[in-house]
Design a binder for this molecule. Structure first.
Ligand code: FES
Ligand code: FES
Length: 155
């Protein structure tokens, strides 16, 4: 089946096979920030934005994104908010093995994009679908809080 989508701001056509997931199609397209973890929608390492909303791409059929806008971390690398978030995660020491980080960045980006006020509880809630075996979440949450505080100051 041939589908058309907007992938990271570019009109894209994919030939997708029956049963192919969005995760598989994205990695086949070179979007290697999208990580394969559980493949059951539980770990969040495959999180991408589908029409602006975070989804677990491992449980989304590729055929379903026909006509949609799909954004991966590759499509946000020049975005000011994403750069601020990445910088803060690194500066706070929130990146350890790094496997969960692309998915975590997408979830936090989607939240922060909504604008202030964003409190710690909201940040923790936004990360409930992103499993991290390394950090205990304290530092990622602190990083997101720091970005949220800047957004509040400048809004
Ligand atoms: S690989 Fe998609 S949620 Fe785990
Ligand atoms: S930094 Fe290792 S799983 Fe999150």
């Amino acid at each position: 089946m041939n589908i058309s989508l907007n992938l990271n701001g570019t009109a894209t056509d994919w030939e997708v096979a029956p049963g192919q997931t969005l995760l598989q199609a994205l990695r086949a397209s070179g979007a290697f920030s999208v990580k394969l973890g559980c493949e059951t929608g539980d770990c969040g390492s495959c999180t991408v934005l589908l029409d602006g909303q975070p989804v677990n791409s491992c449980v989304v059929p590729a055929a379903r994104v026909n006509g949609s806008r799909v954004t991966t971390l590759e499509g946000l690398l020049g975005d000011d908010l994403m750069i601020r978030l990445q910088t803060e995660l690194v500066e706070q020491g929130a990146v350890q093995c790094g496997y969960c980080i692309p998915g975590m960045l997408i979830s936090l980006y989607a939240l922060l994009k909504q604008g202030p006020p964003i409190d710690e509880e909201t940040i923790r809630h936004a990360l409930t679908g992103n499993l991290c075996r390394c950090t205990g979440y304290v530092k990622p949450v602190e990083a997101a809080r720091a970005v949220a505080a800047v957004l509040e100051e400048t809004s």
